[in-house]
Design a protein around this ligand. Structure first.
Ligand code: HEM
Length: 504
């Protein structure tokens, strides 16, 4: 890609580009410390770089695809110079193991995207903290009160209730065209808000209202977080100028979200601090945080992260599986057969899910082809270390390209075909031990919400398949469904999946 098409593709005004370049030339060489030439000697291979911008022009707005193409030419571990920032990307199971297992200790720090660089918020962050004591405490708290077997068991009735509302809503909308992402998002969001705050926050309806503002706020936060083009992160000297308005824009959305949480936290606080309160009465995750002495600011940040990380990834996974099932009628009819054999009641209940092996295989297969977080979240080298005999200097930004790995013919037979059979009778799972399939990551930074995410994806899909026939509107041909993706922290379909749900 040449520079002009790179700028046009990314909607970058030429003056902004040249202004940043000029500022960069003026200050960078004097003020920015480069990694020592010794540590730059044995870097993983990568394409030749241009002066100043390095390989920026080769990244484009779909970095999972462009870096997969570069890896095909340069190997499993590549270096790219995005302006001043050295980026290393692992694209094979062996390289992923090097990053997430062998050198997990050194490579599990976080590179914080501009959208989340708010000095008042970062000290309370679970996702963007280094592996420090705050991060350990927050992981322990979420594991104990949200994701342990005991907590998941306790959430079971809630999950059933929220999915029940979704099914009632879809039954009431039979024959109408539905944007399924919206409905699934609302369902997951309300499940999470019932766990976190002990209340629903969004209503399933078609009318634009206050609820839609909250949805839009959370969408915006994740959208700002996934911006690829951000000169501040390529040229640290430009960081403070926030040239693209990312920090300012995301802060506005954070503050809006905090406004929603504030009154609920105060409501819960008055319960928890009443003289008659006892721990057995805790109804929500926030009750536990308050009992542990969390301030409103600390709670604001943590719960926003949980909503943003939990609802978008899980929703988009459901939608990608649905898209593949819509496209492959023969696979859908096998899922149907399995469900008819295993489920004799009108409604799905959680005990059915463990028997649906073919549906589970379909979920793995869709996550292989469409990992919701295609590059995982950005890791950072806390110390200089070696992976596959190459040097990864301190402060390198490190990604693992799950999208590339899922489509690599050296890893998978016939990788581009949707073939759930490949997982039938196989022990391969996505829990972080099989380095070919890591949609939740692996090692210290593995997704803590994995059990919640998997249970929700299975339950929602099983319910939708059990009760409805899914029909594409306007006689659109199933096999031609557009499967293009839009890159972001959570990868979504370029075009929304719209379906008509007909009662079976
Ligand atoms: C299908 C659903 C999900 C997928 C595919 C997914 C995927 C991921 C991935 C790839 C990471 C980054 C791992 C890394 O950087 O190495 C991550 C991190 C994280 N996820 Fe999930 N996730 C899902 C659901 C959830 C849910 C439901 C929650 C919470 C409600 C959640 C909360 C988090 C948090 C807090 C982190 C940051 C952990 C850390 O940095 O220590 N995720 N997730």
């Amino acid at each position: 890609m040449d520079i002009s098409s790179f700028l046009i593709d990314n909607n970058l005004p030429f003056p902004l580009f040249f202004l940043s370049t000029f500022l960069f030339l003026l200050f960078t060489f004097k003020q920015t410390k480069s990694p020592s030439s010794k540590s730059l000697k044995n870097l993983p291979p990568g394409p030749p770089k241009l002066p100043i911008i390095g390989n920026l022009h080769q990244v484009g707005n779909k970095p999972h695809i462009s870096s997969a193409n570069i890896a095909r030419e340069y190997g499993p571990l590549i270096s790219l110079h995005l302006g001043k920032q050295l980026v290393v990307i692992a694209s094979t199971p062996e390289a992923a193991m090097g990053v997430l297992k062998t050198q997990d200790r050194f490579l599990s720090s976080r590179f914080v995207p501009t959208a989340f660089q708010h000095k008042n918020l970062l000290p309370n962050s679970l996702i963007w903290s280094e592996c420090n004591q705050t991060w350990r405490n927050l992981r322990t708290l979420t594991r104990t009160h949200m994701f342990s077997n005991k907590a998941l068991e306790a959430q079971s009735a809630l999950r059933e209730e929220k999915i029940g509302h979704m099914m009632d809503f879809l039954h009431s909308k039979q024959g109408q065209v539905i944007n399924i992402e919206d409905v699934v998002f609302t369902t997951l969001f309300n499940t999470l808000s019932s766990i976190i705050f002990a209340k629903d926050l969004i209503v399933l309806n078609d009318n634009y209202g206050r609820d839609d503002e909250l949805k839009a706020t959370l969408y915006q936060i994740i959208e700002f977080g996934g911006r690829v083009i951000d000169f501040g992160s390529f040229f640290p000297i430009l960081e403070r100028f926030d040239l693209h308005g990312i920090r300012k824009g995301s802060m506005k959305q954070f503050l809006k979200a905090f406004g929603y949480w504030e009154y609920i936290i105060e409501e819960r606080r008055s319960q928890v601090s009443s003289s008659t309160w006892s721990s057995e009465e805790a109804q929500s995750f926030v009750d536990h945080l308050l009992e542990n002495g969390f301030s409103n600011n600390q709670i604001h940040e943590l719960v926003t992260e949980l909503f943003v990380a939990g609802s978008n990834t899980t929703t988009r996974t459901v939608v990608w599986v649905m898209s593949e099932l819509v496209r492959h009628k023969e696979v859908m009819s096998k899922v149907d057969d399995e469900m008819k054999k295993e489920i004799k009641s009108d409604k799905i209940n959680p005990s059915h899910l463990s028997k649906l092996y073919y549906l589970q295989a379909c979920i793995k297969e869709a996550m292989r082809l469409h990992p919701a977080v295609p590059l995982l979240l950005p890791h950072k080298a806390a110390e200089t270390c070696e992976v596959m005999n190459y040097t990864i200097p301190k402060n390198t930004k490190v990604f693992v390209n799950m999208w590339a790995m899922g489509r690599d013919p050296k890893v998978w037979d016939d990788p581009l075909s949707f073939n759930p059979e490949r997982f039938m009778g196989s022990k391969m799972d996505f829990k972080g031990q099989d380095f070919e399939l890591l949609p939740f990551g692996s090692g210290r930074r593995i997704c803590p919400g994995l059990p919640f995410g998997v249970k929700s994806v299975e339950f929602i899909l099983a319910s939708l398949i059990h009760e409805f026939k899914w029909v594409l509107p306007d006689g659109e041909e199933h096999s031609k469904l557009d499967m293009n993706s839009k890159f972001g922290i959570a990868m979504k379909r370029e075009k929304p999946l719209k379906l008509i749900f007909e009662k079976k």
